[in-house]
Write a protein that binds this ligand. Structure first.
Ligand code: NAP
Length: 247
């Protein structure tokens, strides 16, 4: 362990892989009790939990498809019964279904909106009452540079990610007097399964446009999350961690 245990519980949605796994690890090693949410990747989620516990931290893996309100309610019932309140909520789970708008069907639109945007309604709705009662809370929504700049073949994804920015600023206004901060992080292109699934020539073309000339690391985003949790005076902001891709 790099620091003392805190008395704060953190829920990381989609904490099993990629950026969410790095956030879970960073916060677990910093002394938070980490609830590693996953949908399908049980062994990856359990591996993150094991790494945290092996280093003297506290963590548990809990399954729920957070795009579904009823599954999210079940998740929070489990958390409230066996762990306590969610003091820090990291809305990280996300998917892509890239296609030009002309070819995109309603199913591809809804899958991305439900997973990347409506899930944030589901989790925040259930986490916020306890945060308001205890006058402490941190909500960090993982948006994207695509929500700021747009992305070819990504109308669904850009709409969801831009939506998170507006959602976060509005909720930040509503909760600022209650000791709660709400911020977004807008990562650029980070080397995870999501980005590695892109065709090599597309990826190379993207990298050539990034001023630092490489993909970001999941740990770059995790460090930003830790910074936002520790700040009580930063709210309603978007933290851009993108290698200079969008300034
Ligand atoms: P990733 O490697 O594909 O991992 C996605 C994670 O989300 C997995 O842990 C997955 O869990 C989880 N997930 C997906 N749908 C879920 C659902 N319905 N319920 C619960 N968990 C769900 O993606 P990533 O690159 O780490 O991306 C993480 C976040 O950062 C996403 O919101 C993404 O949009 C955003 N982002 C990524 C980049 C990038 O360059 N990678 C850039 C900007 C923003 P299971 O495997 O268990 O299903």
């Amino acid at each position: 362990m790099t620091s003392e245990k805190t008395n704060r519980n953190v829920l990381v949605t989609g904490g099993s892989r990629g950026i969410g796994a790095a956030i879970s690890l960073e916060l677990g090693l910093a002394g938070y009790f980490v609830i590693v949410n996953y949908n399908h990747s049980i062994s990856e989620a359990e591996n993150i939990v094991k790494q945290i516990i092996d280093n003297g931290g506290q963590a548990v893996a809990l399954q729920a498809n957070i795009s579904k309100a009823d599954e999210t309610e079940r998740l929070f019932n489990e958390i409230n019964a066996s762990i306590g309140t969610v003091d820090v909520l990291i809305n990280n789970a996300g998917i892509t279904r890239d296609k030009s708008f002309k070819k995109m069907n309603l199913e591809e639109w809804e899958a991305v909106i439900d997973t990347n945007l409506s899930s944030v309604f589901n989790t925040t709705k259930l986490a916020l009452p306890a945060m308001l009662d205890q006058k402490y809370g941190r909500i960090i929504n993982i948006s994207s540079v695509i929500g700021q700049s747009g992305g070819f073949g990504q109308t669904n994804y850009a709409a969801a990610k831009a939506g998170l920015i507006g959602f976060s600023k509005s909720l930040a206004l509503e909760t600022a007097k209650s000791g709660i901060t709400v911020n977004t992080i807008c990562p650029g292109f980070i080397g995870t399964d999501m980005v590695n699934a892109m065709p090599e020539e597309v990826l190379n073309s993207i990298i050539s446009k990034i001023p630092v000339n490489r993909l970001g690391l999941p740990s770059d985003i995790a460090k930003g999350v830790k910074f936002l949790i520790e700040s009580s005076y930063m709210t309603g902001q978007s933290l851009n961690i993108n290698g200079g891709l969008y300034m």
